[in-house]
Design a protein around this ligand. Structure first.
Ligand code: BGC
Length: 719
């Protein structure tokens, strides 16, 4: 007998427990198995037998409906399947990569982007989105930094909340919803040496204070599901880690949603040397609390057997299945299991979505350098030479994880410039070299440069140079692009560099060589139009970095919230062996190329008159601090005003600065505003030597600042 159609009065628990009562052991295991189309099993037959509960990476809407019909019409209990996909920064309309979007520091924008992405994805059949990824990323070698919001726990937590609320806040006309999945729990971004999947070994203090807060924020925002990570953490793989999954996630945070492994990460317990075979891997993961085996290699083949032989109590499966059925119920899948094929085309690439993609692209851009106000380009720049291998790229502009995006639907920078330049302007193009090949046509570049009033240099990485399993040991411009930069600089013409990339790059020579540099990231379907709007001054860039740009790979990890050490460079140092010994390099500066929080504008903002209105606060009190921000330039623009604090002396050592707040404001030329921050003393809490959370009385410094390096400094104390 099939389940009857649910009406809103029926309670989720009643419905799901009634269903659970009727399930065989194999059907229960089935709900805990997810598979993609590469699995060497007969999917259709397994769906008929109720032995698959969710599908992974099935993107063809017709196939989704076909499989759903088999699950609903042909299986004994007719339980619909979930369809999980990675909609990381858009479905068909591609938005900037998450690292770029984070540079907007605009949680409202991110929430809107999330809703627009999920509206497209849901129309095409996705009901489970494997996003947001909120792994703290302090190593730009790691390709997956592109998917994150960067290095800071506070900022990542704000972004995590915005993504979850956007993804889960959307419902279609039938009331169908999509579940978000916060990933990769935990500390996946701490991979040693920036190599993907690598070991993570960190103190519980660092884990709890720096790496866990964004996952926790997603849980607090109500995220329905969570994905474990591939890495081991302090010796225990995250996919079979009761400390992470039971103690912290379930007990401390009260998460009651579904936990899924990463792609075959249960099977990979064998490679980790943590399980002898798939049976032991299944045992360890299910006992640690993983509800669903993504790819099923362990649960499908061994879980029922483990229950039958008494190694796993069936009640554990019952709890998992109740959560999974409950999720399907909440998403409206029992009532509306199918997508409407006739509605798909009307949901994709809609003008409003594309103009949102354009806005997101411009808000994500970071102006890194602008000597002599070369940008925005003025009408006197009649002849523009567009040089560089990114000028004619399409897929590279979309970035990693854009499976449903179509390169043919992405304009190249050349096409967009041609369309946007005022009549009477001339565009001369010369790619000069490929992104990472060994070719270089300096003659063509020099000829184009010599004819031009200004050079626009489109350089950087292709979309396959970041993302999963795409780490780089060298963070330079790939191929022969630096030679291109040198040739263009030698022409003596003004050069505007446009940097397309999926991570912070270590490019000091590029920065030295060009008077203006705009970081465009991998900006999505409308990136090229966005670049034109910024180049031509229709939009004033306002983005700020959320991950430090290193000067060289040897500085990594380099992040603003580091510890001071006993011998900081800014002190005289301890005299030992007759010279000052400091925490520094012989052959590199300590300063990064660009600090966290950094970004310029076509206008200027002056910070003045910092007032600490509450110089003494109690542990239950509120810090109130404000500063005057004035637009002293001649254009209206947005400014991201940042609040940092430092705990001067603690029972444990504390970072030199910690971001505790930010506001994005817009000011007209000459306009002044007093920006006020109110910070509860509870947000100054940290873990003491025994890892208990405390708000410690003592002296603090506070900055209201345009970035993590500069700003106005004041003091306050907690009494
Ligand atoms: C990635 C996840 C992703 C999953 C499904 C894995 O390789 O680590 O982030 O959600 O594949 O595509």
């Amino acid at each position: 007998m099939k389940p009857t159609i649910v009406n809103s009065a029926q309670k989720k628990t009643e419905f799901c427990s009634a269903l659970l009562q009727r399930m065989t052991l194999d059907e229960k295991v089935g709900q805990m198995v997810q598979s993609d189309l590469t699995w060497k099993q007969d999917l259709q037959q397994l769906l008929r037998e109720g032995r698959i509960g969710s599908l992974l990476s099935v993107r063809d809407p017709l196939l989704i409906n076909k499989y759903q019909h088999i699950a609903v019409d042909e299986s004994r209990l007719g339980i619909p399947v979930l369809v999980g996909n990675d909609i990381i920064h858009g479905y068909r309309s591609i938005f900037p990569i998450p690292l770029a979007l984070a540079s907007s520091w605009d949680t409202q924008l991110i929430e809107t982007v999330a809703r627009a992405s999920i509206a497209e994805a849901l129309a095409a059949g996705t009901t489970w989105n494997f996003a947001p990824m909120v792994d703290i990323s302090r190593d730009p070698r790691w390709g997956r930094i592109a998917e994150s919001a960067g290095e800071d726990p506070y900022l990542n937590s704000q972004m995590a909340r915005a993504w979850v609320e956007g993804y889960e806040g959307f419902s279609d006309a039938d009331g169908r919803r999509v579940a978000a999945c916060v990933k990769h729990y935990a500390a996946y971004g701490g991979a040693e040496a920036g190599k993907d999947y690598n070991t993570v070994d960190m103190s519980e203090r660092r884990l709890r204070e720096e790496y866990l807060p964004p996952y926790h924020a997603a849980v607090q925002a109500g995220v329905k599901t969570l994905m474990t990570s591939f890495n081991d953490l302090n010796g225990l793989p995250a996919t079979a880690n009761p400390f992470l999954l039971k103690q912290i996630l379930r007990q401390e945070w009260g998460f009651d949603g579904v936990i899924i492994s990463d792609y075959d990460s249960i099977g990979e317990l064998i490679q980790h040397g943590f399980a002898r075979d798939h049976k032991e891997a299944a045992l360890r993961s299910v006992l640690a609390g993983v509800d669903i085996d993504m790819m099923g290699n362990a649960y499908h083949f061994h879980l029922a057997e483990l229950v039958r032989e008494g190694s796993v109590p069936e009640s554990i499966l019952d709890e998992s299945v109740m959560r999974i059925l409950g999720l399907k119920f909440e998403l409206g899948l029992f009532e509306h299991p199918y997508l409407k094929e006739e509605a798909i085309s009307g949901a994709l690439m809609q003008p409003a979505t594309l103009s949102l993609a354009e806005k997101a692209a411009t808000e994500s851009m970071v102006l890194l350098k602008n000597e002599a106000q070369l940008l925005p380009l003025t009408a006197s720049a009649k002849k523009i030479a567009l040089i560089g291998p990114l000028a004619e790229e399409r897929a590279s502009l979309m970035g990693c994880w854009s499976f449903n995006g179509r390169p043919a639907e992405v304009e190249t920078l050349q096409e967009a410039l041609q369309r946007n330049l005022p009549t009477g302007s001339q565009l001369i193009t010369a790619p000069g070299c490929t992104i990472d090949g060994n070719d270089l046509d300096l003659a063509a570049v020099t000829s184009a440069a010599n004819q031009a009033d200004v050079i626009v240099l489109a350089i950087g990485e292709r979309e396959t140079m970041s993302g999963e399993a795409h780490s780089r040991a060298h963070l330079n411009l790939p191929g022969r692009q630096l030679e291109l930069v040198r040739a263009v600089a030698a022409s003596g013409k003004p050069v505007v560099g446009i940097l397309f990339c999926g991570r912070p790059l270590a490019v000091p020579e590029l920065v030295e060589s060009v008077p203006a540099l705009l970081l465009a990231w991998h900006g999505g379907t409308r990136a090229a139009q966005g670049v034109c709007e910024v180049l031509l001054g229709k939009v004033n860039p306002a983005g700020k970095l959320t991950a430090t740009f290193p000067r060289s790979e040897g500085q990594i990890p380099v992040y603003y919230a580091h510890k001071r050490t006993g011998r900081p460079v800014e002190s005289v140092g301890t005299i030992q062996f007759n010279e000052a010994h400091r925490s520094a390099y012989l052959d590199e500066k300590n300063e990064p190329l660009f600090p966290f929080g950094y970004g310029l504008s076509y206008t200027q903002f002056a910070y003045s008159d910092l007032q600490v209105e509450t110089p003494r606060i109690t542990a239950g009190g509120m810090l109130k601090v404000s500063a005057q921000i004035e637009n002293t330039g001649s254009l209206t623009s947005r400014e991201i005003v940042q609040l940092y604090i430092r705990d001067c002396v603690g029972v444990v050592t504390r970072p030199v600065k910690e971001l505790k707040g930010f506001q994005k404001i817009e000011l007209k030329p000459g306009e002044k505003r007093r920006v006020v921050f109110e910070l509860p003393a509870s947000s100054l809490a940290f873990l003491d030597a025994e890892l208990h959370s405390i708000i410690e009385p003592g002296e603090f410094e506070v900055w209201i600042a345009p970035n993590s390096r500069d700003g106005l400094k004041g003091e306050f104390s907690v009494i």
